[in-house]
Design a protein around this ligand. Structure first.
Ligand code: PMP
Length: 358
């Protein structure tokens, strides 16, 4: 049975992508080999590498002032690479805390250089995004934000609203889901395993003036080394980048990021409607003004009812709804590749469950 699937990542890839990967499994474009068996220095793979980069560029309208890198180590390695590369002596990195992932990014920066959390939403248990009234200071190395808070289900509504000379964003859980101006950002990073493809590759978009060489940073952790070597400094995750390229091709053919945004809003709405029309049978975790279109979080009145909900949802073919252990309840992750029909099925199930137990 096909699962209706809402896992937070790794998660669903577009059906068409899986089909093409299957067709090319033991014969990539007449070579008699899987692409993962090809040398990363050979023409077949290099074409994929370039295509993936160019697709990132065209889909996000990335200007020539910025480079696109494909790295490893997940978004978590970026938590360390960013402060290692981008806190010059005498400057302080500034962080806005909107959830566990921004806390982790900040904790890593604290181990590495001078850093400070300037705004935090922790007082609201990260249900609400804090007021963004930070005024940049001369002394800032950069300002770090998390665009979508995967665990709590909150998302900054407008990525063009921030203004800082060196703005850095963790977009792991909402890159490619909506348009924004890349030129407002010094660095953007995203682990691939939600909207870009499988785990194993991390996309980094970096403004070229930030590519500074430093003997203090090991080569493998240096943005400038990776940029100079076109993300082929060492062996890249060939198969992950191959799949990422297929996912980006699918986004292109589906109408690009503008179309993704329209679809994502519509998908999220049916589930939020089921919550809002439930007269508090379902309780949304995020406050309505901070809600994410990628991760819909909600709870039920009792642990027993929550267990029953998981049991019956799985009996109905719906999987991956269990919330993160720090929030409890449920989380429906509805990234780009999750179809509208899955969200409709969940909303219908939620209404039926309420009719039975409400
Ligand atoms: N940032 C965000 C917003 C995330 O959602 C995640 C993973 N869920 C991470 C960082 C960590 O990513 P990784 O496991 O790729 O290191």
């Amino acid at each position: 049975m096909t699962r209706i699937y809402f896992q937070a990542g790794p998660t669903t890839l577009p059906k068409e992508v899986m089909q093409q990967a299957k067709e090319e499994w033991d014969d990539f474009q007449g070579t008699g080999l899987n692409i993962m068996e090809h040398s990363h220095r050979g023409k077949d793979y290099e074409d994929i590498h370039e295509q993936a980069k160019n697709r990132m560029r065209s889909l996000l309208d990335i200007p020539d002032t910025h480079d696109v890198l494909f790295l490893q180590g997940g978004a978590s390695l970026q938590f360390a690479m960013i402060p290692m590369n981008l806190i010059p002596d005498g400057k302080t990195a500034k962080y806005i805390l909107t959830g566990s992932w921004s806390e982790k990014a900040y904790q890593e920066a604290q181990r590495i250089g001078s850093s400070e959390a300037v705004i935090s939403g922790k007082d609201s248990a990260y249900r609400t995004l804090p007021v963004m009234d930070y005024v940049p200071s001369e002394n800032d190395a950069y300002l770090h934000i998390t665009s979508n808070n995967t665990i709590y289900g909150t998302q900054w509504p407008d990525l063009n609203a921030f203004s800082h000379p060196t703005l850095i964003a963790d977009m792991s859980s909402d890159i490619m889901s909506r348009p924004f101006s890349v030129d407002k950002y010094g660095l953007i990073y995203a682990g691939a395993q939600k909207n870009l493809g499988p785990s194993g590759v991390t996309a980094v978009i970096i403004r070229k003036d930030l590519l500074q060489e430093s003997n203090a940073v090991p080569s493998i952790l240096s943005y400038s080394v990776h940029a100079k070597n076109k993300s082929l400094y060492n062996t890249p995750p060939v198969y992950s980048i191959y799949l990422l390229n297929l996912v980006l091709d699918w986004v292109e053919r589906s109408g690009g990021v503008n179309e993704m945004e329209v679809r994502n809003q519509k998908k999220a709405k049916v589930i939020y409607d089921a919550i809002d029309q439930s007269h508090d049978f379902y309780n949304g975790y995020a406050t309505p003004d901070s809600r994410s279109n990628m991760n819909v979080t909600f709870t039920l009145g009792s642990k027993e009812l929550e267990q029953q909900f998981i049991k019956e949802s799985e009996e109905n073919g719906i999987y991956g709804l269990k919330g993160h252990r720090s929030v409890g309840g449920f989380r429906a992750s509805i990234y780009n590749a999750v179809p509208q029909e899955s969200c409709d099925s969940l909303a219908t199930f939620m209404v039926q469950f309420q009719e039975k137990y409400g």
